[in-house]
Design a protein. Structure first.
Ligand SMILES: [Zn+2]
Length: 189
């Protein structure tokens, strides 16, 4: 394994794990076999990355997050503290499904998941979407959507920079402009 990343001595990295350059893995983490973590990521305290999970570059995972098998995080995804992923819609202790029964979750480039939010498995969170703290995502999320509540509903649109867009789909902070697509928005360049 290359060692141009940082891992605190209290953390465990199993065999067969790939970690990119510049990534920092802080206290009490466990990275399981087959996981692939990109470069320049930050994994806070008490983070578990399960078997075969794929994580892109520049991803920031705050304290107390478990990324279960079947979940994929693309580049620049932000996972707020104690946010929750799942990989089984109908779990039973007596009838474990195993890996073949896992429902996949994809979090696309730049998306942010708020503190203590839950992303129920089998869904895709679109590019640069923002999930509010405590929301429970039970559907696919369009790119740039601002989602809040239980179950999460779209209450607005957010810029790539994170600011909420105004009625004209312009960003009051950075000036980026967007236009409505069929069920999402995209930047006007
Ligand atoms: Zn902006």
């Amino acid at each position: 394994m290359n060692k141009d990343f940082f891992v605190h001595e209290s953390s465990f990295i199993d065999d067969g794990v790939t970690v990119g350059k510049g990534t920092k893995i802080w206290h009490f983490c466990h990275i399981q076999s087959g996981a692939v973590i990109g470069g320049n990521c930050s994994l806070g305290q008490n983070v578990n990355i399960s078997n075969n999970v794929i994580i892109g570059n520049g991803v920031k995972i705050q304290n107390n997050v478990s990324v279960y098998e079947g979940v994929e995080l693309e580049d620049w995804v932000f996972c707020g503290p104690s946010c929750v992923f799942t990989n089984d819609l109908t779990p039973r202790a007596k009838y474990p499904k195993g890996r073949a029964g896992y429902k996949k979750t994809l979090v696309k480039t730049g998306a942010s998941i708020g503190a203590n939010a839950t992303v129920v498995c089998g869904h895709t969170v679109g590019e640069w979407a923002l999930i509010a703290a405590g929301a429970v995502v039970t559907s696919d999320v369009p790119a740039h959507a601002l989602m809040a509540g239980v179950p999460a509903k779209r209450i607005g649109w957010v810029c790539e920079c994170g600011q909420v867009l105004d009625r004209e789909l312009a960003c009051p902070d950075c000036g980026r402009k967007y236009e409505r697509d069929s069920d999402s928005i995209s930047e006007v360049r």
